[in-house]
Design a protein. Structure first.
Length: 110
């Protein structure tokens, strides 16, 4: 899920009988206004890397992490992307609110 236009996919995911339901929001290419993470166990966030990588605004990633915490979804910030440079390759150099690399616990879904 890269942009708001893909949000309907989340509803489809909620219907899947999986032990762990996760979203990969990478590369995050825009804000995900309206993202509802209820019923989702894990969300992975990341910027695009490599030559010609499109930028990810840190505010977009912060918003996804905030939304995940609000409903008990576990966030994992993978990378900030090439536009942030080598100084942000290691998680301890990420902004504090993005220093999250957690894993979900498997649980039974109805």
């Amino acid at each position: 899920m890269e942009r708001t236009k893909e949000l309907p996919r989340v509803d489809d995911l909620r219907q899947v009988p999986a032990a762990v339901k996760f979203l990969s929001c990478e590369p995050l290419l825009g804000p995900l206004d309206g993202l509802e993470l209820t019923g989702i166990d894990w969300v992975i966030v990341g910027g695009e890397s490599g030559p010609g990588a499109r930028p990810m605004e840190l505010a977009w990633a912060v918003d996804v992490v905030r939304r995940s915490h609000e409903v008990g979804c576990v966030p994992f910030v993978k990378q900030l992307g090439s536009c942030w440079g080598k100084e942000h390759k290691q998680i301890d150099r990420f902004p504090a609110e993005l220093q999250v690399r957690d894993y979900p616990k498997e649980r039974a879904h109805a």
